[in-house]
Design a protein around this ligand. Sequence first.
Ligand code: AMP
Ligand code: ZN
Length: 287
Amino acid sequence: MEKKKSKSRSSFLLEKKVRRTIREYGLFTHKDKIGVAVSGGKDSSALLSILKKLNYNIMALTINSHIPNYNAKNLRILTKVTKEQNIPLKIYSFKEEFGYTLAQIQKRLNSKGYDYQSCMICGILKRHIMNKYSKKLRLDAVATGHNLDDAAQTTLMNVFRNDFNLSLRQKPISGVIKTKSFVRRVKPLFFVPEADLKRYCKDNKLEVNFDTCPSSGGAFRGIFKSMLNKFEKDHPSVKHNIVKYQQTMIKNVKTQEYGEIETCTNCDEPSSTKLCKACTLIDKLKN
Ligand code: AMP
Ligand code: ZN
């Protein structure tokens, strides 16, 4: 009985934290149409379930990059879960968009002498598809399952690379808001630790794929992940403190308002260069 009570109490506190982030950072309102980018993993599945519980107007969007022993399982779970919860699900795929699976894309690029990590290709192309369809669907925002651990890792990575500008954009709502070519990206789980999300999924018996993506392995991020996990054991709150420190810094740094940003001459997606990262990659694939 006691255990049951503590289970529902910790779930309640987690949901409360998400509600507070949405409100304090003005991520979206109940009038907005929200796309939830779901992989089938614990973070985005927990997010989907929480936003549904909080009565937001949501739909689920997922991208199949055709990773063996991974994507098919995710799609099975997502199809079932969204049907049960009565949430519309849109499925997009690398094959339909680009004509190749992720593995084929990497192989072709490598054979042409380009040294792209599979995780990097996947990230660039997924963002491209997500932005393209969220505009078509006329969504007000796309929510991802990025959590506190991701935010702490990214903050340290930016310090190690001395990337101050990127660091200023690391917050629960994307810096680029005022543009027709970009649907704002929001991270309602920004202050929720990964371990709490794992527990939330278990406590609420959510059907999720707990496997890690076999194609992931951004070596650089992996170093920060294990370093922070080691630190957190001896110094609880380290991850939280890093993220809070970074948010305080952002608030105190005067930044220029992001105005209308430049777009890719080929696909009209936002880009600081003439051709966006996705179009550059696809160009290399074809030529
Ligand atoms: P990751 O970079 O794999 O940790 O994923 C970060 C976030 O991106 C997840 O929490 C999801 O919101 C989103 N995401 C990752 N993979 C997919 C996918 N295949 N389809 C849709 N969204 C995804
Ligand atoms: Zn482009």
